[in-house]
Design a protein around this ligand. Structure first.
Ligand SMILES: Cc1cc2nc3c(=O)[nH]c(=O)nc-3n(C[C@H](O)[C@H](O)[C@H](O)COP(=O)(O)OP(=O)(O)OC[C@H]3O[C@@H](n4cnc5c(N)ncnc54)[C@H](O)[C@@H]3O)c2cc1C
Length: 355
């Protein structure tokens, strides 16, 4: 949708309770801190992310790594930082929508913005903060058309939301990183069998996970296939996966594995996708912002990795600072006539609606 910068479209009658002050696109560190910053300014917030979990790149790309350059933490494991950010944001009970991608943002009359998503939901908001990092993440799968066609119903999975769906099943896991190994270890006591297929002979995972995996393989509880890659699947008469064929990297030898659940944990791909069509001013793949973090579109701000300004450094800590500045400047936009007031939480404490 590209009419964001033109004349605003007419606004439907929207009940006040359905309108939030800020819709945050992206629940990475910058998005989560935007939600907290909005809370201390007593602004209602909604956050939408295409991933099944919050945390952005930290969750998708390096969930188990140690970070050394977050102020106040001499070192912190990525997952723990995300948990803390989520807890801090949750104090203001934001509306959080995961597994949902924002596909368009449109200006309406009366300083209203309309946000539409991949799930055909429409949200109304007085301002928007784009905290979309390097774009929307989606899981990498070996065959997109197949995954689209089969879906979880027919046995093609990209994440484990409910372990019971894997109980007493023959599970084939594709991947060799932390999450592939974590789920081999997580499902071995639940599934009937677990096979791990990885195209290299070494794994890119924590040493203690690799040792546990090797132990399970020696006990005959897990089968490891390296260097093998996915080749194809067979389905039964109901269209459900019944086996996965894999191929050896050097010899091209094929092996067919009995399978009811194929779990692709091959990492994520990122894509700026629809954002580039919203008539925002871009510099390379980032959105140009003014010193108040506002984009060229009134009421639409950008923070974190996706925001471009002179001397920008793409780090977690700069995302926090961007978020704080953007929210300050949302205040006069959302509440015309009201000036942004700087809040020391140590002096004022948190607003009453924080738990
Ligand atoms: C391997 C690696 C190591 C790193 N190590 C460090 C480090 O040690 N210290 C440090 O400070 N930084 C580090 N970084 C950089 C740091 O991770 C980023 O600066 C930070 O994640 C940016 O946060 P963000 O919230 O702006 O964006 P992201 O973390 O990218 O989050 C953006 C979120 O927006 C979502 N999204 C995008 N588009 C849409 C859409 N249309 N609809 C819905 N959701 C959408 C995405 O799914 C994603 O969850 C590292 C990065 C990598 C890749």
């Amino acid at each position: 949708m590209s009419d964001m910068y033109g004349n605003p479209a007419s606004a439907p009658d929207i009940p006040e309770e359905d309108i939030v002050d800020i819709t945050v696109i992206g629940a990475g560190p910058a998005g989560l801190f935007t939600v907290f910053s909005a809370g201390i300014q007593e602004m209602k917030c909604r956050v939408v992310d295409s991933m099944p979990q919050v945390g952005g790149q930290l969750t998708a790309l390096y969930p188990e790594k140690i970070i050394y350059d977050v102020p106040g933490f001499p070192k912190v494991v990525t997952k723990e930082l995300v948990d803390q950010l989520e807890e801090q944001a949750a104090q203001f009970s934001p509306k959080i929508h995961l597994n949902e991608t924002v596909v368009s943002v449109r200006r309406l009359e009366h300083r209203m913005l309309e946000v539409r998503t991949s799930l055909d939901n429409t949200y109304y908001s007085r301002s928007v903060v784009i905290a979309a990092g390097i774009g929307a993440f989606s899981p990498r799968v070996p065959d997109e058309e197949l995954y689209e066609r089969l879906g979880e119903e027919k046995g093609a999975y990209t994440c484990v939301r409910d372990k019971s769906k894997f109980a007493d099943k023959d599970v084939v896991i594709l991947g060799g990183g932390d999450s592939a190994l974590d789920w081999v270890l997580g499902l071995v006591d639940v599934a009937r069998s677990v096979s791990l297929v990885h195209r290299r002979t070494n794994f890119r995972a924590m040493d203690h996970s690799v040792s546990k995996l090797k132990g399970l393989s020696e006990e005959g509880r897990v089968k490891i296939y390296t260097p093998y890659s996915y080749d194809s699947v067979e389905t039964d008469s109901d269209g459900h996966i019944s086996s996965v064929t894999i191929v050896e990297g050097k010899t091209d030898e094929k092996v067919e594995l009995k399978c009811d659940r194929m779990l692709s944990l091959l990492g994520f791909k990122n894509d700026l996708g629809p954002i580039v069509e919203w008539n925002l001013r871009f510099e390379d793949s980032s959105i140009k912002v003014d010193p108040d973090m506002q984009t060229n579109i009134p009421g639409v701000f950008a923070v974190g990795d996706i925001a471009a300004y002179p001397q920008k450094i793409k780090l977690i800590l700069t995302g926090f600072s961007d978020a704080s500045i953007a929210v300050q400047n949302c205040v006069p936009y959302v509440r015309p006539g009201k000036k942004a007031s700087h809040v020391f939480t140590s002096v004022r404490g948190l607003p009453a609606d924080a738990k």
